[in-house]
Ligand binder design. Sequence first.
Ligand code: PMT
Length: 401
Amino acid sequence: MKDLTNKKILFIICGGISAYKSLETIRLFRKNKAQIKTILTKNAKEFVTPLSVASLSQGKVYDDLFNLENETEMDHISLSRWSDAIVVAPATANSIAKISQGFSEDLASTVILASNKQVFLAPAMNVRMWEHQSTKKNLKILRNYGYKIIGPRIGEMACGEYGKGKMTEPLDIYNEVFNFLQQNSKYKKIKALVTAGPTNEYIDPVRFLTNKSSGKQGYEIAKSLYKRGFDTTLISGPTNLTIEEDIKLIKVETAEEMFKATQKNLPTDLAVFSAAVADFKINKKIDTKIKKKDSFIINLEKNVDILNYVSNHNSLRPKLVIGFAAETNDLDENAIIKLNSKNCDWIIANDISKKNKGFNSDFNEVTIHYKNSKKKKEKLSCKRKSEISEEIVDRIVSQFN
Ligand code: PMT
């Protein structure tokens, strides 16, 4: 059987008739040596008892956000940090709605909101509830956030109706989580480096040249890599974004700083260059603030091309080098020129001439150009940057398999 020794699962049981199946699911995890902690929602306790869950899981059962003993021993943040994955089964229509809207009104919803781990939801509800537009909308939001939805199945329900909404069988839930955790361990030793955001090139101590990059695309790629288990380092220009604390984040401001940070973090197994690095810096930065009355000429000189340096490195070239091409015109042609001239394995072209995608938007539409592959290019249609990142990382994972 598939062994989960040393893996920690936080199991959240919500209030639905299929809560009884969660006991069997917990038994399977325990049988395969996973450590389990469980949270029962108030409604879950109408269907299963804390005592039965504690005996089966051989672990602590939590149910109260405001329990002093629990909060001092292991608070709601530590509970999420402790786990390798979170499984919500059954995930009722009500819990799905709450999670999708970011509620944190009880221990379960608070832990999920504060979580930095992969969350699996095994929905279970009446077929009409499953088919309701609001449930569909809520699940779409959660998929976009990167939650994994397991099931549900079609069949006869406890209420007597027939259709989709039955919770997935315990063994299938177990297998899904097992596969994720196994993949995660596999990539733990693979180092990934991502650059993101703009750079600031100073004219004087208070003024600089920069661009519109928000860093969103690069941060999402780093998050997706981290979630799959890669040992991820993110080198970021100035942005307002935050990232999971387990991702090594190096904040820089100028292209030169980004270059030095990149050099320091070589060797790496794969590198994704999504930063919008300024091509030019000020030839001679002025040390004091330039006065209004002064007229002056700015002389520019070329910045080092970080991607070019890494992809042409004799001994430290990563196995997979991925560049981005930000273009306003002739997207494919210009991207292919960069693919070859910068010696990348893949280049990801995006159009930065539109307001609703590319630069500083939550959305992007990209074409991946491959150098040494039968498939020459692949278009990923316009979607959220988080989804684009997941699809890019799917391809990275296949490459490393
Ligand atoms: O940050 P967002 O708002 O989410 O927007 C995302 C994005 C549009 C910035 C991103 O998807 C993107 O296209 N990033 C690359 C932007 C860019 O600088 O493209 P470029 O065509 O000028 O450069 C080509 C490649 O060389 C890029 O991988 C770039 O990181 C790299 N480069 C460029 C210059 C330089 N001095 N060093 C580099 O490493």
